[in-house]
Design a protein around this ligand. Structure first.
Ligand SMILES: Nc1nc2c(ncn2[C@@H]2O[C@H](COP(=O)(O)OP(=O)(O)OP(=O)(O)O)[C@@H](O)[C@H]2O)c(=O)[nH]1
Length: 247
């Protein structure tokens, strides 16, 4: 396992959009890559969770994040996976265009709240709507993997948000859900990132690769050339299941 902590929260905020340029790399052979954007109100533990995953350690105190990208290589089900994790600034205005740019950069998203802070929970919907708006989530757009995460599970005595409320909002918004304690458990945090990766992989597998698209086009042209005199009704065209394609 290899970790590269390329940025830390003491680093200055990025100055330009080029920082988020380029295409997400995913699929193909060799190392898989996933870009995760961690969203949530200030103080919910975005940095603590990210650093816990990357270094296995819990570090108590940070200055409020300006912005940080962490890089981390690990193995999931025997496959090498390269994570790039963008730890956003909690104080950032969810309406700011800057945040939309970061969302465009990501393949998958964590929306974090802490179980002892109702306000952080109330922010979830706004972040999810911003993801939908930016990534164009609709019935026709590919699914965007999002996980709602209730952090600080260790603060049970101060709990303000029930587990069932977290589950309910996640289900309503079409997201995955987990409660973790960055403070007490590296395993929980690792599970969170692993599940997000697996979901991302599953969503990606349903998208058509150029090879798969060519196959579909070949089948369509074969079919339509064979239509000739038979003129079969269009609603009886064969269906091409995307998930059975080689991608
Ligand atoms: N008890 C407990 N405290 C936690 C946990 N995770 C983070 N904290 C504490 O919560 C505080 C805020 O954590 P950060 O990781 O800086 O939160 P953040 O969301 O990155 O905050 P911003 O940088 O302001 O956006 C710190 O004092 C952490 O030590 C947890 O699982 N349990």
């Amino acid at each position: 396992m290899m970790t590269s902590l390329v940025r830390h929260k003491s680093l200055k905020k990025s100055s330009g959009p080029s920082r988020y340029g380029g295409q997400a790399r995913y699929g193909g052979s060799g190392t898989q890559g996933i870009r995760v954007v961690v969203l949530g109100q200030g103080g919910v533990g975005k940095t603590a969770m990210t650093v816990r995953f990357v270094t296995r350690r819990f570090i108590c105190d940070y200055d409020p994040t300006l912005e940080a990208i962490y890089k981390h290589n690990t193995y999931i089900d025997g496959e090498q996976v390269h994570f790039e994790i963008l730890d956003t600034a909690g104080q950032e205005d969810p309406q700011s265009p800057n945040l939309e740019e970061k969302i465009r950069w990501g393949d998958a998203f964590i929306i974090a709240y802490c179980i002892n802070d109702q306000c952080s929970f109330d922010e979830i919907m706004r972040f999810k709507f911003l993801i939908n708006h930016t990534k164009g989530s609709s019935a026709h757009a590919p699914e965007v993997p999002v996980m709602v995460v209730g952090n600080k599970r260790d603060l049970e005595l101060d709990r303000m948000v029930k587990t069932s409320e977290g589950e309910k909002i996640a289900t309503a918004l079409g997201c995955m859900f987990i409660e973790v304690s960055a403070k007490e458990s590296h395993e929980e945090v690792r599970t969170m990132f692993e599940k997000l990766y697996k979901k991302c992989k599953a969503c990606q597998a349903l998208k058509l690769s150029p090879t798969a698209i060519r196959k579909v086009m070949d089948k369509v042209s074969m079919f339509s050339s064979g239509l000739g005199n038979h003129s079969r009704p269009l609603n009886r065209l064969p269906s091409f299941a995307t998930d059975s394609m080689e991608i």
